[in-house]
Design a binder for this molecule. Sequence first.
Ligand SMILES: Nc1ncnc2c1ncn2[C@@H]1O[C@H](COP(=O)(O)OP(=O)(O)OP(=O)(O)O)[C@@H](O)[C@H]1O
Ligand SMILES: [Mg+2]
Length: 370
Amino acid sequence: MIKVEHLSKRFGALEVLKDVNVLISQGEVISIIGPSGSGKSTLLRCLNLLERPSGGQIEIAGQDILAPGAKVPELRRRMGMVFQSFNLFAHLTALENLTIGPVRLLGQRRAMAEAAGLELLKMVGLAEKADSFPDELSGGQQQRVAIARCLSMEPEIILFDEPTSALDPTMVGEVLAVIRRLARQGMTMAIVTHEMEFARDVSTRVLYLDQGAIYEEGTPTQLFDTPRRERTQDFIGKVRSLSCHVASADFDRYAIFGQIEQFCEKHVLTAQTARTVQQLAEALLAIHAARPGPVDIDFVMAYSEQRRTLELRVDSAGAPGNPLDDPQAPGGPGRALIDNAAADLVYTRLGDRNRVTMRLKSLELPAIGT
Ligand SMILES: Nc1ncnc2c1ncn2[C@@H]1O[C@H](COP(=O)(O)OP(=O)(O)OP(=O)(O)O)[C@@H](O)[C@H]1O
Ligand SMILES: [Mg+2]
């Protein structure tokens, strides 16, 4: 029903979507998840041409919507969109919000549009609010009217951009219930959401968007239970991370120590843990920086709330080989600290960089050496 190929979108120098490829079939419910700024809203906005893509193709039901002469208003009508901020007409009642489109744009007779509008309000549980104005409705009710308004245009697919994220937590459920009902009725939908449990049970497929591309996709079970790629695993496992770049052997260790301390405070890790990580960072960075050649090191500290694990990763430029075993940069006492604290220590070569990953044995390790 929708075919997107090599879609790209840039705002000036900022490349927001790089190379997005998606096929959405009729009746599918696609959830789109991913970090803030990864391009989720931009992707939806490109699909219904609220943004003009910079490159690539979008076909809707076999029609190329980017071709010159494409009937954009008609194509847009076939694709409803529901936004985070309900966007109702404030000066119109709930029912009038639902009839204005069909009357003005579809040429429906008013009486018919009103009858259909009332049916839709009933469907979203708001028949008794037909004559209320938006500011007389709660956020959850306004969003349900917005969904009904979208349906009044008889779309073939609905795009939702975080439909519940502006709502009070008590009202999230009523809006999700309406979307679930649409899913059961076979409506084709693409939903950007941060509600992972909802995405899991409503979708036929989940797309994980990261840095402007679809980084991984699969069924909800695949993507949520056994994500295959690293950034998906980090996102799903609610991993919070801190990264620092080091470009000289005389790096500012106190700046890094400060960041580690702040990170630990923010994630309620003990002061003891912060001290241990500071010592390990110092040892790891010193060994890496002592290797011959230019210093180009990334230090990452990643904490998984779900698994309660803390991982330290060091990526560095240089000849292949585990920097911790480099005879030209002997680790000395630092190496003993590392071995002592690591539950496991893994070396991998990634492209032209070396990566050392260590998982800490325990988050309550006693301070080492002091
Ligand atoms: N009209 C615009 N002009 C310039 N930059 C924009 C515009 N719209 C979006 N961007 C930028 O594009 C990037 C992606 O934005 P987008 O809103 O698509 O992200 P998102 O994945 O929806 O994030 P969030 O989860 O926070 O809603 C961001 O860096 C944003 O600042
Ligand atoms: Mg967004």
